[in-house]
Every structure is written in C-alpha cells, then in structure tokens.
Design a protein around this ligand. Structure first.
Ligand SMILES: Cc1cc2nc3c(=O)[nH]c(=O)nc-3n(C[C@H](O)[C@H](O)[C@H](O)COP(=O)(O)OP(=O)(O)OC[C@H]3O[C@@H](n4cnc5c(N)ncnc54)[C@H](O)[C@@H]3O)c2cc1C
Length: 379
C-alpha cells in the first residue's frame, strides 16, 4: 500500500514539496494530497510590484490545480482542526482526512487588530487588495508626509518595508513630486535593519535618497482621524500616508488545534522539521516557530529537504539530510539596483552588498521564473 502524505497549504512550501515528492517516488509508494482553502496561488513578492504599478494580477497569480505535477491530488477545502494523535484533519465541509505523514504548510495570517487603528489608518501590500489600494495612493499623493516602516514585528519578508520605501521614493521622483514629500522610515530598534553589515548599506542608501531613519519607534497605535502614529516609547508622528508591516500570526486552524505557541507558530526540530514530539508530522515555511526569516526562499529550501527525507523514510533507501537554515534574499533599492543578504544557521550575514544592477536583474528574472520553479520543484 502506498504511504499517504497529506500537505495542508498549497503555497510556496506545500507546492514545491508535493511536486518534488512525486518526482522522487512512484505512485506504488506514495499518494500525495494537497489541501488549500483557495484555488488561486499568489506569488507574494509580486505584491510589491503591484503597489508600484510594475505588475498586474495576471503576472502574479495562477489557478492552483495547474501548478501540481501529475499524480498529486488537489482538494479545495478549509482545514479546521488537526489531530496529531489521531492522525486526522477535519475540513470545513465535514470531511475527515487520514494520513500516514502530515505536513503543515499553512503560512501565516494577518492580525491587524493587534495595533489599534491599524485597519483604518495604515496602508500595506501584504495581499492583493491592500497593494492595489496602496498603488492608488502612491500615484495620487502630491505632497505631505510619508512614513514607512515596521508595525507588526513578526512579518513575512523582513526586507519588504525597506523595498517599498526605496521604490516609493523612486516613484515620487518619476512623478515629479519628490521635493514636496517628506519621507521617514520608522524602526523599533536603533537602526533601520537588524543585521549590522547590511544595515550599513541600507542606511547609506537612505541618507543619499533623503529618507530619514527614526529609531526606537515601536508602533503602538494609530489615530486615523488625526493621522498620527504613536510609539510605545511615547513619541508621535503626523502622516499623510502611513505604510507599515501588518502584525501576523499562525493560522486559526493551527491555533484552534493547540499545535502552535501563543501566536500559533509551530515548534519544529530546526534540522528535520518534525513537530516536537512527533515523527510523522512536520511543518515548513512561514508556519514554523523557527528563528529563520519568513521567506519563500526558506520555504523552498525546507520543502526540498523534507521531500528528500520523506522519500528516504518511505522507500527505506538513502540517507536523510538536514535543513541548515540557508537563506538568500534580494533587496530592491530602486533606481534599477538591488542588494542581497545571505545567511544560515552556521554562518553570519556576510558584508552587505553595494546595490547593483545584476541583483536587480536577478529579482526581475525570478518574478518570471517562479511559476516554472514551483512546478518543477527546482530551486
Ligand atoms: C509583500 C511580500 C513580499 C515578499 N517578498 C519576498 C521575497 O522577496 N523573497 C522571498 O523569499 N519571500 C518573500 N515573501 C514571503 C513569501 O511569500 C512567503 O514567505 C512564502 O509564501 C511562505 O510560503 P508558505 O508555503 O509557508 O506559505 P504561503 O505561501 O503563504 O502558503 C500558505 C497556504 O496555506 C493556505 N491556508 C492557510 N490556512 C488554511 C486553512 N485553514 N485551510 C486550507 N488552506 C489554508 C493558504 O491559502 C496558502 O495558500 C514576501 C511576502 C510578501 C507578503
């Protein structure tokens, strides 16, 4: 009998894992089913380019069934409850799914209520609708104060707020309104970006571009009527346009199943990705409580490691590998240039790279290659 691998969530991690696994094992050995509540897959880094008017919906979204290799069963359904001891998963329509191996790849969900006034007073680009709303504002603002920065502390893609600051600045120049717009970047720590070496590059670039870095500003609340953002440290700033990272947490199904920590992030072994206390249940991507950045690159690398290890486990052949925390992230700095960050569990971030056109070209190429990458499981 083939082993039944059930994957919850068909985003970056779940899709790569499914496609890699069926490539490694024949149908006589494995049966793979992916469950996702939506049949549309979004290329989320593309939301940045939606906001700046450089991409459209059709560039960054695909119907989900077409992204899976032959042999993978896709079920559209919302996961409500996961029982790791009973090895069952309940869907919203009342279906109960059983498994031999479970992989939770449900990512994260936005939790704007954590910051009073966020919903009414803040713009962001963490989903398509919000990115379109922001595009409208970036293209219509003629003067005033624009504040960009970190709202919720744990968010997908650590460099995304820096990128929108640089790209918005470039857009205001192109629109001929830059000299009438004051730009600030708010950060809860003593610098714009946590890793020191890359921060040097980022802050140099911000200085050149006239973006003032406001440090020790931990966003506490927003007053949408008065257009004021307040910090825990007791400071307040006026704004005309406020772009912040939305607070995020693990998805409701994980929180309701008592699997994650207080915020619904799932504790897993940092190398083998099994959920603590279980050897038949795993979590990958944004859903985990690992200290790695919540990025598609990490979800890809974890999916590749886990596909290999599940194939070894099921076939009884080969040697398992470890996930080493490897990450590679390209940071758009605008003006046709980008920088990058590389890290892993075993080495520190190397010196930040001076923004250059090669990295920018790589990011644009990735925007196009993404769909092929996840279908083939290539990295
Ligand atoms: C604005 C922005 C910019 C980004 N830029 C970059 C970048 O430049 N580089 C990079 O590497 N990463 C970037 N990321 C991050 C990257 O998109 C995520 O880290 C990545 O998608 C995580 O993959 P995942 O599989 O863990 O989760 P996701 O891809 O989010 O997939 C989770 C899936 O689970 C499904 N799901 C959730 N709950 C349920 C449920 N109860 N039942 C059924 N299905 C459910 C969802 O519908 C979704 O399809 C960016 C993200 C954003 C928002």
């Amino acid at each position: 009998m083939p082993k039944r691998v059930l994957i919850l969530g068909g985003g970056d991690g779940g899709t790569i894992l499914a496609n890699r696994l069926v490539k490694k094992l024949p149908a006589s050995q494995v049966e793979v089913e992916v469950i996702d509540k939506s049949d549309v897959h979004w290329y989320q880094p593309g939301f940045l380019f939606i906001a700046t008017g450089e991409a459209e919906k059709e560039d960054i979204s695909r119907r989900r069934p077409g992204l899976f290799r032959k042999g993978i069963k896709f079920t559209k359904g919302e996961v409500m409850k996961i029982d790791l001891d009973d090895r069952t998963v309940d869907l919203a329509d009342g279906t109960k799914k059983k498994y031999d191996y479970l992989v939770i790849a449900t990512g994260s969900t936005l939790n704007p209520d954590e910051i009073p006034g966020f919903e009414q007073g803040v713009d962001h680009f963490w989903n398509y609708e919000a990115a379109m709303k922001l595009r409208e504002k970036l293209f219509s603002i003629k003067e005033g104060k624009v504040i960009v920065g970190i709202g919720g502390l744990l968010y997908k893609c650590p460099v995304a707020p820096l990128e929108i600051a640089f790209l918005a600045e470039e857009l205001f120049r192109k629109r001929g309104v830059r000299d009438k717009i004051e730009m600030k970047y708010v950060s809860p720590i003593d610098r714009a970006y946590a890793p020191h070496l890359l921060n040097r590059v980022i802050e140099e670039e911000m200085e050149k571009r006239g973006i003032e870095v406001v440090t020790f500003f931990s966003v506490d609340s927003v007053d949408p009527e008065r257009k004021v953002v307040n910090s825990l440290e007791g400071d307040s700033l006026d704004y005309d346009l406020l772009i912040l990272t939305p607070p995020q947490q693990g998805v409701k199904a994980v929180r309701d199943s008592g699997i994650g920590d207080d915020e619904g992030w799932i504790p897993v072994d940092k190398h083998f990705l099994n959920i603590e206390g279980y050897d038949d249940a795993f979590a990958i991507g944004d859903a985990t409580a690992l200290p790695t950045p919540k990025t598609g690159v990490i979800a890809h690398f974890q999916a590749a490691t886990l596909a290999h290890n599940l194939a070894v486990e099921i076939s009884g052949q080969g040697t398992k590998e470890i996930f080493d925390g490897q990450s590679f992230c390209v940071i758009e700095t605008g003006m046709g240039k980008a920088s990058a960050q590389v890290s892993s569990y075993f080495y520190d971030v190397p010196p930040g790279l001076i923004p250059n056109w090669v990295l920018h070209a790589m990011k644009l190429a990735m925007n196009k290659m993404y769909w092929r990458c996840i279908l083939t499981g290539m990295i």
